[in-house]
Design a protein around this ligand. Structure first.
Ligand SMILES: [Zn+2]
Length: 223
């Protein structure tokens, strides 16, 4: 895992612009701004996610479209190539809750980011889910397997499709990749935004079919 140079990590609160102290350097907001975010880390977010996709453990950060600053962050990260933001947000989501490192390690937890089709990854230059997973891995001290899954059909953009149609399109889009996690591991899937939960369900089904154990999923936000 490459260490990121500290210099390119923004050192100001994304809300008010306040200078963050060195202890907070990987964080995104000052305590006052963070207190105003629609924070879904913990049991509440887990409950919301399990309504869409029933896995044992679920983690999410916030609900999209409730806070312009946060929505803008996702845009900066995904479409303007600010990978470091993904790392920081990954750490932010993973830094709360009852998932101590030792417990995750003894359960042999590994992270599998939801893959992009190679063409989209090539166009964008990176897979946003992979960068969130890198952030989570630093916080939890677990490994990331970015090539465990492959997205093989270049499905058209899902925006504008009905919920049913989205589920049909995503149902057949993934298969096992060549770099699989050890069979004894328990997998936590990682994605940027959960909408219907169909993507996570579909990836979990592919992994389980290949005899992998899926513990849960973590997303940065809920749509
Ligand atoms: Zn602030």
């Amino acid at each position: 895992m490459p260490r990121s140079p500290q210099l390119i990590i923004p050192r100001h609160c994304i809300g008010c612009g306040l200078w963050l102290t060195s202890q907070e350097k990987w964080r995104l907001g000052c305590a006052i701004c963070e207190a105003q975010w629609p924070d879904l880390r913990g049991e509440k977010g887990e409950m919301f996610m399990q309504e869409r996709c029933m896995l044992t453990r679920m983690w999410t950060g916030f609900r999209l479209r409730e806070n312009a600053t946060l929505e803008n962050q996702i845009h900066e990260f995904k479409y303007r190539g600010r990978r470091q933001l993904g790392l920081q947000w990954g750490r932010w989501v993973a830094s709360v809750g009852d998932a101590p490192r030792s417990k995750l390690k003894s359960n042999r937890v590994v992270l599998v980011p939801v893959p992009l089709h190679w063409r989209r990854k090539w166009k964008r230059g990176f897979n946003q889910a992979e960068w969130i997973a890198k952030g989570v891995s630093r916080e939890w001290g677990v490994d990331v397997y970015p090539k465990a899954l492959i997205r093989y059909s270049h499905a058209r953009s899902l925006t504008g499709l009905s919920m049913k149609k989205r589920q049909d399109v995503t149902a057949s889009a993934y298969k096992m990749g060549r770099r699989r996690p050890p069979e004894s591991s328990t997998i936590v899937l990682v994605d940027d935004v959960m909408t219907t939960g169909a993507t996570i369900r579909s990836c979990a089904a592919v992994l389980e079919l290949a005899n992998h154990q899926v513990l849960g999923a973590l997303t940065l936000a809920l749509a």
